[in-house]
Design a binder for this molecule. Structure first.
Ligand code: SF4
Length: 80
């Protein structure tokens, strides 16, 4: 079975706006929260930001790709 999963292919362009974090909580829980989603974004100081995606196998969410102003995400084919 093939599906797609969310990958932060362009994390180097991240500005830390947290929109993807809020969108991931809306997708999972239908609420806006910086702590209840499946994406976390943390600062690495001058080296930019780390983007961590939990439950990647369930993350075929075009909404996350579209909401990022820096196009940090892609949906990548995933074979199970
Ligand atoms: S929406 Fe994009 S730019 Fe904003 S924190 Fe998430 S990955 Fe970074």
């Amino acid at each position: 079975m093939s599906s797609r999963h969310l990958v932060a292919t362009n994390a180097k362009f991240c500005i830390g706006c947290q929109l993807c974090v809020l969108a991931s909580s809306r997708v999972l829980r239908e609420s806006l929260s910086l702590t209840d989603g499946f994406i976390t974004v943390s600062s690495k100081g001058r080296e930019g930001f780390d983007i961590s995606i939990d439950r990647a196998e369930r993350s075929d969410f075009e909404e996350i790709v579209k909401i990022c102003p820096r196009r940090c995400f892609e949906l990548t084919p995933y074979e199970r």
